[in-house]
Write a protein that binds this ligand. Sequence first.
Ligand code: NAD
Ligand code: WQD
Length: 338
Amino acid sequence: MKILVTGGAGYIASHTNLELLNAGYEVIAVDNFSNSCMESIRRVETLTGKKIKFYEADIVDRDALRTIFEKEKIDSVIHFAGLKAVGESCSIPLKYFHNNLTGTINLLELMQEFDVKNLVFSSSATVYGEPKTVPVTEDFPLSATNPYGRTKLIIEEMLRDLYASDSTWNIAILRYFNPIGAHESGEIGEDPNGIPNNLVPYVAKVAAGVLEQIQVFGDDYDTPDGTGVRDYIHVVDLALGHIKAIEKLQQNPGLVTYNLGTGVGYSVFEVIKNYEKACNKELPYRVTPRRPGDIAITYADSTKAYEELGWKAERGIEKMCEDSYRWQSKNPKGYQIK
Ligand code: NAD
Ligand code: WQD
């Protein structure tokens, strides 16, 4: 079975490609390298001993995307391609709307035209805005607090409208919580451009001595130790969730939505402590003011994914930190070739 993976050279896609190939799927990947490089594709090929059919193209370029649909007999699509930096989306919102929304509309129109109606979409816990209670279930009210989040919410709504108009589509909306970690080989992982925005990639660079000190964004939240609490999920568990979603689409489920998280929340201080254990050194930090737009606490109720997909996160925070540190140590400059 041929799976088209958009944003196929990115962080979550590279781990998903590896699991897809290991499970016997054929992977057709497309990426414009706006936040990735070819090296992740090569490394997945080396790790699996299998080939990925790769197209360098921008999904906003409809003709380029059409070529792929013309050449390949695609069965299902996993749609990762998108820009994802929350802060940047506030300064250049139109770029985010153009890239994430136009790219998705092109993809959906071509899928419709070529009668490829099985889709897994990368959504995010960001669509819950600031949840009133935790854990968060899929039926919680949805809202967006920044342009990036709004692109996810708009795409989700487009998908619900599309399905309402044509029930022959099968669509799995996956709402990821906070993906971290790396494949345990240390060969693939997250390779952010410049100074990382997210906590664990930043901590990894402090552990490696590349950055001096962790900034803890606020210790006066209404949480047990005052720092923000999140549901961190190992990227390999997340990748395996996509395999389950692809399998689910074969049963013609219609439109389904799942939270992918562990169900456990960790504070910033707890993450730092676990990372210190993984790298066996003390990590310097200082508490700074809250980051605008941050919420105090969120974590998932992923019962629905367990009951309907048979999926559950297996890897705990220690493993997430160990694997992140292994990737960072083996690849101090990331994939290097950008
Ligand atoms: P990533 O940046 O590593 O991967 C996205 C990939 O899409 C990159 O390789 C990028 O070059 C590519 N891309 C972007 N625009 C493109 C375009 N127009 N045409 C072709 N390729 C394009 O990010 P990731 O963390 O792997 O995230 C994958 C998806 O999951 C994204 O949609 C993201 O919004 C979503 N998501 C990520 C997180 C997270 O914390 N990492 C959480 C929730 C949801
Ligand atoms: C985690 C915690 C920060 C950095 C983001 C997106 C979300 C989703 C996942 C895509 C918070 C604190 C952080 C630092 C810190 N992405 N922190 N110092 O904000 O929960 O989620 O990524 O969909 O949409 O918003 O993740 O890793 O940035 O922050 O203290 O240097 O760490 O305040 O409590 P976040 P994060």
